[in-house]
Ligand binder design. Structure first.
Ligand code: CMP
Length: 143
């Protein structure tokens, strides 16, 4: 079964959006298999955003993501990577369509509420960076 890594960023946790965001993914028909509230260390955050290391906003991005608790999750389902990306919307809220999470809740590129893996390969790498295998729970969901 395909899985993805989704993470409510510190702005989303501070704004108390966690419940509403979890509900959107449940209602779409995906299954939550791991979740935790955690304040990330700099090294872990730098590993997660390694592809942006050379970008001018890298320091700012790591400062922000380590500034408070994030809500990290693993979700499973058919085509879950692409479908949750569609639900999250474009990185820049100026381009994010209304009805998407960023289109509904975000106004700034740097504070865009939630992260979602951009490919199956990224998802597995990101999951390995944030979760131990024993934190993932397998169970039947009667859909
Ligand atoms: P995310 O999907 O988590 O992946 C990389 C993040 O970099 C992205 O969301 C944005 O939050 C952040 N980002 C992209 N462009 C900028 C920017 N110009 N300034 C600050 N942060 C940015």
């Amino acid at each position: 079964m395909e899985r993805t890594f989704l993470m409510v960023k510190p702005d989303g946790v501070r704004r108390q959006l966690v419940g509403r965001l979890v509900q959107r993914f449940e209602e779409r028909g995906f299954q939550l298999t791991a979740a935790k509230l955690v304040v990330f260390g700099r090294e872990q955050a730098e590993r997660h955003y390694a592809e942006h290391r050379e970008k001018p906003f890298f320091g700012e991005l790591v400062d922000f993501i380590t500034s408070g608790p994030c809500f990290a999750m693993i979700w499973e389902g058919d085509n879950v990577v692409q479908l949750t990306r569609n639900m999250i919307g474009k990185t820049d809220p100026l381009d994010a369509a209304p009805g998407t999470i960023r289109g509904d809740y975000a106004v700034h590129k740097g504070f865009n509420v939630i992260h979602g893996s951009d490919s199956v390969e990224s998802a597995e790498r990101e999951i390995a960076n944030f979760f131990r295998p024993e934190e993932v729970v397998a169970y039947d969901c009667p859909l």
